[in-house]
Design a protein around this ligand. Sequence first.
Ligand SMILES: Nc1ncnc2c1ncn2[C@@H]1O[C@H](COP(=O)(O)OP(=O)(O)OP(=O)(O)O)[C@@H](O)[C@H]1O
Length: 451
Amino acid sequence: MSQEKKKLLIVEDDLGLQKQLRWSFDAYEVLVAGDRESALAHVRRHEPAVVTMDLGLPPDPDGATEGFAILQQILALAPDTKIIVLSGNQDRDNAVKAIGLGAYDFHQKPFDPALLGLVIERAFYLHELQRDNRRMSQMQGSSPMSGVISRDPGMLKVCRSIEKVAPSSASVMLLGDSGTGKEVLARALHQLSPRQDKRFMAINCAAIPENLLESELFGYEKGAFTGAVKQNLGKIELANEGTFFLDEVGDLPMSLQAKLLRFLQERVVERIGGHKEIPVDVRIVCATHQNLKELASAGRFREDLYYRLSEIVINIPPLAERIGDAALLAHHFKNKFNAKEGRSGLTFSNEAMALIESHGWPGNVREMENCIKRAVIMADGPQISAEDLGLSSLPIEEEAINLRQIRDDAEYKAVVKALARVDGNMLKAAELLGISRPTLYDLMSRHAIKQ
Ligand SMILES: Nc1ncnc2c1ncn2[C@@H]1O[C@H](COP(=O)(O)OP(=O)(O)OP(=O)(O)O)[C@@H](O)[C@H]1O
């Protein structure tokens, strides 16, 4: 099946450069425009996700007024378009101004095909990500994933994995720290599976004493032990045809690990005190914050059970590693508790937001939820102050959201990391970064990085 090529629009009046760009990026469907009219016609007709453009275009080939005008018109027509400005050495200021007008990035002429290729690839990636994100938020309310608030690429990947594995019957293991949303995701998986109309039963292996856990899982017959005055079905049996969620499975005692394994192999349960094998059809989802592989090699978790439970493993990133999610979730919970507490219009002060963004959130989303709940109750005026959050750390310097600064920081970090990884070998570092050696030298001198 032929896959449709992604569309890249090149706005350039120099015929030689047009050709060069077309050749360099033939992995895309390249559209070319030499002036405003044809550029806008292509945008209307093909809606390219990424545009590269020269600012000096007729009727102002030596200035940037026409380039700026086209840039603004493209963004007015298709605001999500990622526009990469190709600028000469002398019009760097204009390129920066173009970023201020909404361009995605700029790249210096003469262009380096490998480096520009990377920038273009990243722009397509970002465009796709934003489209997926919008699709997700449009589905809000109707999709089982709507309860999972995130814009972080890692977390969105997790959501996509859940959507992918949900229709199968594979057992899924969710790995993540406490409060990262393992249960929310397990429920979403159930809702997206063909078992959605049946029960979702959950049990937390760490919260139930060992002697009760067995009867909770497998049930018991009347008279099985003192106090067993009537028959009681276990959670596994109750989940028949549905999904059974074993939270904190790493805390399952050894004796029950053997019993669970037997169930997974034979798919029958025997109630305590009973003599009948009862067939049960459940989809198993489990979760833990522990390193089960380590537990297995330390002899505290059965390896055979581990492999049975982990047909598909999904790693959930901690909140501190999710880009932009702290602020997003804070707003989400603030709106939720505002509505609950009847406090409309409550906002965060700048200091409170800076603190939210800089806090490490060791308790992840649960800590955030509790913190914002408290803050909504504590806030006196129309704003939530940093004190209302009740967090011990003080706000650190406000994080930069200036695009240029962020890009500079990222560039600096990538170069330093690449050099460190290859022990200072320039050729290898350039290869790793996907740029030419001269470009690497340029970057190093710009960021004052010593060889
Ligand atoms: N991405 C998210 N968007 C919105 N709410 C979330 C998200 N992740 C978690 N929550 C909320 O945070 C709380 C904790 O989530 P959950 O119980 O799923 O975490 P967990 O990883 O299972 O925790 P534990 O390991 O301690 O059982 C819940 O109230 C849940 O609704």
